[in-house]
Ligand binder design. Structure first.
Ligand code: CO
Ligand code: CO
Ligand code: CO
Length: 313
């Protein structure tokens, strides 16, 4: 339990990053994230991991500024230049984001792991949490989903080059621009879509904001090929875990087609932002994103909390 009044967002809730006030108009946004490879090219993996790590700062409406590399590496089994490629990927993404990597730490490990510990800034008055969604808000998703099943298909060496290129393109796109733009459209709440899947993160908004979130399954943007990967059985253990975790809160008005249903629980890596904002701002926000986020879409809405907190239609 934190008693320091400068801890604005701490351990207790389900938010994306911690926030610590340093003055009336400035707060630190702190997060760390790292994971095992989701693609086999080390440079791409480094980029994906860095994008994913920075995302939690963007989800809070923050501006990341400095970061530290966090890595595990089997020094005896894999050549050192593989680690150099991973770090080069992370470094290139950090540069694109305007973030300085100022150090880090690598340990000898059985499997490769990589990510960043990130520090950003936010004006406490502009901080965006999971907790601000209001009944009547629309929900916008900025990137398509399906990275879990497609990575699984790739790791089974069954995803073709074009499919892999599409997957990497989605996972290496920063949430920087979407985060900057959401402010112009009166954002009420935001989270990034990662390990708990679209429905798991939607449920965090519902729970923390005290609203019911209704997701329109047919409107959810999918990475090209994701439905096929799910249909072919490239499902993840994480997806099943997410489904079990949500069993008690989720109500389905019309059960979505089974493979589409799987994708709604699919754990995402470096997924997009799920943004709650006033209904009349949702389409203008999507339109502003389309040049760089061609699959951004309105995927649902928030209603007054009734007998359910999460509804899929
Ligand atoms: Co997050
Ligand atoms: Co995270
Ligand atoms: Co947040």
């Amino acid at each position: 339990m934190n008693t320091d009044p400068n801890v604005l967002v701490g351990h207790g809730g389900a938010d994306d990053a911690g926030v610590y006030r340093i003055s009336d108009d400035s707060a630190l946004v702190l997060t760390v994230d790292f994971f095992t490879p989701v693609v086999d090219d080390p440079y791409d993996y480094g980029r994906v991991a860095a994008v994913n790590s920075l995302s939690d700062v963007y989800a809070m409406g923050g501006r990341p500024v400095v970061a530290l590399n966090v890595a595990g590496f089997p020094e005896k089994e894999i050549a050192a230049d593989v680690l150099a490629e991973i770090l080069r990927g992370g470094g290139d993404v950090a540069r694109e984001a305007g973030v300085a990597i100022v150090g880090g730490h690598t340990i000898d490990d059985k499997e490769v792991k990589y990510g960043l510990s990130v520090v950003g800034f936010v004006d406490p008055k502009d901080m965006v949490t999971n907790a601000g969604a209001q009944p009547g808000d629309k929900l916008v998703l900025t990137k398509p989903i399906g990275t879990g099943v497609l990575s699984t298909q790739h790791m089974a060496e069954k995803l073709d080059q074009a499919g892999l290129a599409r997957l990497v393109a989605v996972m290496t796109q920063l949430n920087k621009e979407a985060s900057e733009k959401m402010r112009d459209f009166g954002v009420h709440a935001c989270t990034d879509v990662t390990g708990f899947g679209l429905l798991g993160h939607a449920n965090n908004i519902a729970k923390e904001s005290g609203v019911t979130v209704e997701i329109e399954a047919a409107s959810v943007p999918l990475i090209d090929g994701a439905l096929g990967a799910a249909r072919d059985g490239y499902l993840t253990g994480g997806g099943n875990k997410n489904r079990r975790f949500l069993a008690d809160v989720l109500r389905s008005d019309a059960e979505p087609e089974e493979t589409l249903g799987h994708l709604l629980f699919d754990p995402q890596t470096a997924g997009g932002l799920l943004v709650a904002l006033p209904a009349d701002q949702a389409q203008p926000f999507v339109d502003a994103l389309l040049p760089t986020h061609p699959q951004a879409a309105i995927v649902g809405e928030c209603t007054a909390s009734g007998d359910a907190h999460l509804v899929v239609r």
